[in-house]
Design a binder for this molecule. Structure first.
Ligand SMILES: [Zn+2]
Ligand SMILES: [Zn+2]
Length: 353
C-alpha cells in the first residue's frame, strides 16, 4: 500500500475563506501534502481541479462541497460531499434526500463536525448534526480543528492563547462523536471517518494590523488524513481522484495529528489464517487472528473493539495482540505535547466477522 497525506475541509474565496486556489495549493506544497480537498459552502466549484505546481513540487487539488440548509434556524446539519461531481446544494433542506442524491451520483457524504459546542464569547453557535434518523451516509468527520477551538476556548484568556498559538488547541476528537461512532460500529455498521481542518484563514483587523487566524499552512502541518492507496498516484487527475475517493469511502486511512510528531508510517493490520487485513478491510476470524500495530515513535496505544478497550500499552512503538472475538477493531494513540496528553493517531476500523 502507498501512504499519502490528504487535508480535507478547506474554505476558499468561493465562500467564506480568505485564500485562493493558488495560494492554498502553494501552502499545501510547502507543507509537503499530496492532496487537498476544498469544500466551499453550498457551491460546487467547477474546472479548478488538477495538479498545482510550485518550486518543482506538486499537489493534487480536488473540489467537494460543504452543504447545509441556509434557511434553517438555528443552523445545523453540515455535510461534506466529495466526488459527486454535481451541484447538490438544492437538496440541503432534507438531509436524507441529500444523502440519497449523493449516493445516486456515486459520491461520498461525511457528517461535518457532528458534535460541537457553541463559543458564546464570540457569538459562534454550535452547528451540530441533529438528523440522526438519516442513514446511508459514508461516515463522520471525527475530528474538526475549528470545532475543537470552540470546545477548548472556554475563557477569554484561553481563546486569545488559542488564536495566537493554535498549537495549543488540539487534544482529540469530541468524546460524543467517538462514542457515537463506536455505537454504530458495534451494531455492525461500516462507517469511515476523516478529520477536517475547516480552514478559513480568517483575517481580523487590529488597528493598522491585519492578523490571519489559523493560516492554511498551520492546518497543513496539523490534522491530516493519511490514506493507504492500492497504487501510487500517477499524475493523471481522473485516475488519481478515483484512487483517493475509493480509499476514503472504504476507510483505508487514519487520522494523524502531525504537529507533535509526524504520523507517517503508522500501520494497523490484522492477520487471520495467513490473510492480512488493513484499515477499512473485512476479515474472517480464524485461529491465529492477531492485531499488529506499528508506530513511527513510541507512544500510548489503545486497541478498541466495538467501543471496548482490548489492550492499553504505554511507551512502545509496537503492539501485537491475539484476537478471539469478532467486531470492529480500531486504534487510538496519544502523545505528550506542550505539557498535555494529546490525541495523535485515530485509525479507521478493521471489521472482523
Ligand atoms: Zn461546517
Ligand atoms: Zn466548514
Amino acid at each position: 500500500m502507498k501512504e499519502i497525506t490528504c487535508n480535507i475541509h478547506l474554505h476558499s474565496t468561493y465562500s467564506d475563506g480568505f485564500g485562493t486556489y493558488s495560494s492554498i495549493s502553494a501552502a499545501a506544497i510547502a507543507a509537503n501534502l499530496d492532496v487537498i480537498i476544498l469544500t466551499d459552502h453550498n457551491v460546487w466549484v467547477k474546472g479548478l481541479e488538477g495538479y498545482y505546481e510550485n518550486a518543482g513540487k506538486r499537489v493534487l487539488v480536488l473540489t467537494g462541497e460543504e452543504i447545509h440548509n441556509q434557511d434553517r434556524y438555528p443552523q445545523k446539519n453540515h455535510m461534506l460531499v466529495l466526488g459527486a461531481e454535481a451541484e447538490l446544494a438544492t437538496f440541503a433542506s432534507q438531509p436524507q434526500d441529500l444523502i440519497n442524491a449523493v449516493r445516486q451520483h456515486g459520491g461520498l457524504s461525511f457528517l461535518a463536525h457532528p458534535d460541537e459546542m457553541a463559543l458564546k464569547l464570540v457569538n459562534e453557535t454550535d452547528i451540530t448534526w441533529v438528523d440522526w434518523n438519516a442513514n446511508g451516509y459514508t461516515g463522520f468527520e471525527l475530528w474538526n480543528q475549528f470545532s475543537e477551538l470552540k470546545t477548548v476556548s472556554r475563557t477569554p484568556i484561553n481563546l486569545l492563547r488559542n488564536v495566537f498559538f493554535p498549537q495549543y488547541i488540539a487534544t482529540g476528537p469530541a468524546v460524543e462523536t467517538l462514542t457515537r461512532w463506536d455505537k454504530f460500529l458495534s451494531t455492525g455498521q461500516h462507517l469511515a471517518v476523516i478529520c477536517g481542518a475547516d480552514a478559513h484563514a480568517l483575517r481580523y483587523h487590529l488597528g493598522p494590523f491585519i492578523k490571519t487566524i489559523f493560516p492554511y499552512r498551520f492546518h497543513f502541518s496539523a490534522l491530516n488524513n493519511h490514506l493507504l492507496l492500492a497504487e501510487a498516484l500517477s499524475g493523471e487527475l481522473e485516475h488519481d481522484k478515483q484512487l483517493i475517493y475509493a480509499a476514503l469511502r472504504k476507510g483505508s486511512s487514519f487520522i494523524g495529528y502531525d504537529l507533535p510528531a509526524k504520523t507517517t508510517g503508522f500501520s494497523f493490520t490484522i492477520t487471520s489464517d495467513e490473510t492480512v487485513a488493513n484499515m477499512g478491510d473485512t476479515i474472517e476470524l480464524s485461529r491465529g487472528a492477531t492485531a499488529q500495530i506499528h508506530l513511527p515513535y513510541p507512544a500510548e496505544i489503545r486497541l478498541i473493539q466495538n467501543g471496548e478497550e482490548v489492550i492499553h500499552q504505554f511507551g512502545k512503538d509496537r503492539l501485537s495482540n491475539s484476537l478471539v472475538k469478532p467486531g470492529a477493531y480500531r486504534v487510538e494513540c496519544y502523545c505528550e505535547y506542550l505539557g498535555q496528553k494529546r490525541g495523535w493517531i485515530f485509525s479507521n476500523p478493521i471489521y472482523v466477522i
